[in-house]
Design a protein around this ligand. Sequence first.
Ligand code: AMP
Length: 404
Amino acid sequence: MSFRPPKGTDDIGAPESHVWRDVLREWETWADRFGYPLVMTPIFEATELFERGVGDDTEVVTKQMYTFTDRGGRSVTLRPEGTAGVVRAFLDSGATGAWKGAYSGPMFRYERPQAGRRRQFWQVGVEYLDVKGPAADAEVIELGFRFLTGVEVPGLEVVVNSLGDEVCRPGYVTILRNFLEENRDRLCDDSVSLIGVNPLRVLDCKICAPVLNDAPAMKDHLCEPCAAHYDEVMTALKRLEIPYREDRRLVRGLDYYTRTAFEYLATDLEAAQNAVGGGGRYDGLAEAIGGRRAPGVGFALGVDRIILASVLEPDPQVDVYLVSETGPGDALVAASTLRSRGLRVDLDTEGRSVKAQFRTAGRSQARALVVLPTEGGDVDVRIDEERAQMPLQDVAAWLESRLP
Ligand code: AMP
């Protein structure tokens, strides 16, 4: 009998995982630089959290959740996204005032699997809570942009829009609904069925695009504070030199999303999978899941898709391969010395012949070779065409100036 990974999931090992590790490291670097500490929340939560936090009429909740009853009779769900859990954790912690958290981990959605659309996939993201100002939105957008630039997503595009708030959106929704009713005959069935329930979400429909290009835009109906907020976000992006494009049809279909909405596109990927991430302001979310009012902004980025798009060259995983003429005992001790100086080292632990060790060293793509002599004394260090003899203690310093 042989088992395979469940449908829509993957085993990821070397060499592909080299890129994963580099991307996740880059993520930690940028999250850290922007002052976002790591936040870790459970991979499963009460089902109701997602019903309320993601929205019980969204496709994610109605069709895609991995929900089961545990042995205690509770309905729990494998998290389909990260925001609801992080906002719950923030509320639960009792924290007040500006609060930041960065997460990284697997999410689960029962989807029809294809490239870039998995049932278990990895998201990284941030949530910035208890903050109202447009600078918070701009900072969050910048973090995602810097990270995606760092991992070399080609054709990266930032798309922004404003969704208004509880003051101006209801009026706009009425105007939009009237427009959709007037054009009912030209809309697809799914869109028609949304007119009554959630007309904003019709704007998302790719099939109806030709009709929707003429639809009234939220942007033209923003109240004064929302318009000012949106302008300030865009001014900040300009000053940060983040290229962006406005898209008047970019929406988030839930009431608690307010004002800023944005997406990151990898325009070199197929349109169906080219959204590498998205986010926005969600001033009503904390209340929707039963907490106090805590405005916030955040995003989630799909690492599977980032890796599909990225042109990042994997970093060879070791600096040094150690070849020993006297067996693995000596090699292990020498490796330990080099590792304690910060070098990444691999070696043969099986006592194979020197010739076999050289072969493995070649395959390992190590940047340098260190050969331990039979008689003790200086080791032989080789890096490309260069060779040198020196005491083992000096190897790290010698390599430091030579390894990129
Ligand atoms: P969402 O949480 O739906 O806004 O998705 C944010 C990002 O996560 C998307 O832009 C994708 O990059 C990624 N993503 C969402 N669903 C999947 C999936 N089923 N498989 C792979 N990546 C996904």
